[in-house]
Write a protein that binds this ligand. Structure first.
Ligand SMILES: [Zn+2]
Length: 271
């Protein structure tokens, strides 16, 4: 059983290499897909409970890997492992290669931190001046987007939920979390520094962002994060609005139904 697993999951800032030239100093989480916000962390299972006879070690290891995934209990993990064992070898290698391909081909957008696929039609490579090619997401590489509107969200999946509404044509900025002091997530763990750099660069380029829309989840932590961002943006004199209160309290944005989300976006109010 892997020793490192569990140490890495929730952690934590490593300086991003692909950033723009504007020398942002805020460290961001290095993981491609950041950990879900909130205090819940699934402890690494040590195998199935209450069993006198164990499977051979590789099977137990597979079960433990599956059981460490969100929403998968030990019984389901066991069924999945045994299913893979019964399936043709080709199916197992397809699964393994899909896992590796996803990790290798998906990164964060160099501008907004949405997920971006390298080497695809939407994953347009841009020079960073550091000898590495960064990638822009589907939204940032779409020239018809209104670059003077910026909607700030917690996670890439929120971008997906909002894009499905087809009501918003501006850009996004993904924080990769929200402030949660109890979990050790402070402002430096989010992409706030990059957001400020983007706003400054846009102003310098003569295309200042006119409106920043705060689209964080209506939770205590989301509210605290919005308050913090409001204070950061105040000196810039930018128009700040937030999604209206139609969203169910305490619920992540991605789970809001489309009508509620559309109402919240259209009925947004100035902060
Ligand atoms: Zn982007």
């Amino acid at each position: 059983m892997s020793e490192q697993h569990g140490q890495n999951e929730r952690q934590q800032p490593a300086v991003r290499k692909n950033a723009s030239d504007s020398a942002p100093k805020t460290p961001v989480p290095a993981a491609v897909v950041p950990p879900a916000p909130g205090p819940k962390k699934k402890p690494r299972p040590t195998g199935l409970p209450v069993r006198s006879l164990a499977y051979p070690e590789p099977v137990e290891r597979m079960i433990a890997e599956f059981a460490s995934l969100p929403g998968i209990g030990p019984r389901a993990a066991e069924r999945m492992a045994l299913h893979i064992l019964r399936a043709p070898p080709q199916a197992a290698s397809e699964l393994a290669s899909a896992v590796m391909a996803m990790r290798q081909q998906i990164g964060h957008c160099a501008k907004c931190f949405n997920l971006a696929a390298k080497g695809t039609v939407t994953g347009v490579a841009v020079a960073t001046g550091e000898g590495e090619a960064a990638v822009l997401c589907a939204v940032c590489s779409e020239p018809s987007r209104d670059d003077q509107q910026m909607l700030v969200v917690e996670q890439p999946r929120d971008v997906l939920a909002l894009e499905q509404l087809k009501l918003y044509n501006g850009l996004y900025h993904v924080l990769l979390g929200r402030l949660s002091p109890l979990d050790g997530i402070g402002p430096e763990s989010l992409t706030l520094g990059f957001m400020m750099d983007r706003l400054a660069a846009a102003a310098t380029a003569g295309r200042p962002v006119r409106e920043v829309i705060l689209g964080l989840s209506p939770t205590l932590e989301g509210d605290a994060t919005m308050l913090h961002i409001g204070e950061m943006l105040e000196p810039l004199g930018v128009h700040i609005s937030r999604l209206s209160r139609g969203l169910p309290a305490g619920q992540a944005l991605e789970y809001a139904n489309k009508t509620a989300l559309a109402d919240a976006l259209e009925g947004r109010r100035r902060v």
